[in-house]
Design a protein around this ligand. Structure first.
Ligand code: C2E
Ligand code: MG
Ligand code: MG
Ligand code: MG
Length: 291
């Protein structure tokens, strides 16, 4: 127990708990003005069609470049925003900014789809449909190219109003993606309850898909469910060529991950799209085509 470890270690533990609390408190205060100070940014991660061997979409990932702590991960600041009642403001900024920037991307074979994440807390607040509609109207971004990504893995409270919101988004032409599928509290029932367009297979399944028959069987089943229901399946967190080879063999439609591209700044994304004319980067084509 803590006492046996000595009073010094108890104090260190208290100090580090206190430091974590202080950091959260500091971030909560700073988040209020972050947008106005221009500290928020978007990182862009390409999504690749394995059948077409080209980039067919991008996901917008929120970043906060804090003046003292540097670039912060959404996993740190989104929960703080949620608890402080600031996630709606943050989300409205992300929607507007992502659509404004994506509308200006170079078009190659076909315009890219844009994935934007929304938080369950924002969904529960009831303003998501209005916020999406306002951003579409303000930016002129085509609703058919927007994919709203919702994670079923944490606290997505199924309710008539949630189902109504999803229906309203689809009526607007917006696509719906179930994010982190297979992780946490996400369930197959989500697929029967809501008309989902895209399932994003959590990267936990990808980690050993090339080494272990069990995750491979699970991936194969999700790919099968996808094709039976007309749902696109995106494999998240693809890091190695052998994972990609397995996914292609299973008939998985889309992939996203560090192997294909890390999240990029907008100029880097534009350069990548221009260099590859929207196709897989030269380094990837041989490997993927050979697989
Ligand atoms: P997500 O929507 O599942 O996004 C994918 C996350 O996986 C991103 O982390 C991305 O950088 C990371 N990733 C992509 N490929 C790989 C890979 O090959 N290996 C590994 N290890 N990681 C990979 P990021 O940007 O830190 O975002 C984390 C989560 O934060 C997102 O998970 C999403 O749930 C949430 N998030 C991001 N932006 C927003 C936002 O604007 N609003 C809300 N509500 N949530 C957001
Ligand atoms: Mg991260
Ligand atoms: Mg996502
Ligand atoms: Mg995910």
């Amino acid at each position: 127990c803590a006492r046996q470890a000595g009073p010094g270690s108890v104090r260190r533990w208290e100090v580090s708990l206190g430091a974590a609390r202080d950091r959260r408190e500091r971030l909560r205060e700073d988040l209020v003005g972050a947008r106005a100070r221009g500290e928020l940014a978007i990182a862009w991660q390409p999504i690749v069609s394995l059948a077409e061997q080209r980039v067919t979409g991008v996901e917008a990932l929120a970043r906060w470049v804090h003046p003292v702590f540097g670039e912060l991960e959404p996993e740190e600041f989104i929960p703080i925003a949620e608890r402080a009642g600031l996630v709606g403001d943050l989300q409205r900024w992300v929607l507007h900014e992502a659509m404004t920037q994506a509308a200006a991307l170079p078009e190659h074979d076909q315009p890219l789809r844009l994935g934007v994440n929304v938080s369950p807390v924002h969904l529960a607040s009831g303003t998501v449909v209005g916020d999406v509609a306002a951003a579409l109207a303000a930016t002129g971004f085509p609703a058919q190219r927007l994919v709203v990504e919702v994670t079923g893995s944490t606290g997505l409270v199924d309710s008539p109003s949630l189902a109504a919101d999803f229906a309203a988004l689809r009526l607007m032409g917006v696509h719906l993606a179930l994010d982190d599928f297979g992780a946490g509290a996400s369930s197959l029932e989500h697929l029967t309850r809501w008309a989902v367009d895209v399932v994003k297979l959590d990267r936990a399944f990808l980690a050993r898909v090339d080494k272990d028959a069990r995750p491979r069987a699970l991936c194969a089943s999700v790919v099968g469910i996808g094709s039976a229901l007309g749902i696109d399946v995106v494999a998240e967190g693809v890091e190695t060529p052998s994972q990609l080879t397995v996914l292609r063999a299973l008939g998985c439609g889309f992939a996203q991950g560090f192997l294909l591209s890390r999240p990029l700044t907008l100029p880097a994304l534009v350069a990548r799209l221009d260099a590859g004319a929207g196709h897989l980067w030269p380094g990837q084509v041989g490997r993927v085509g050979a697989g």
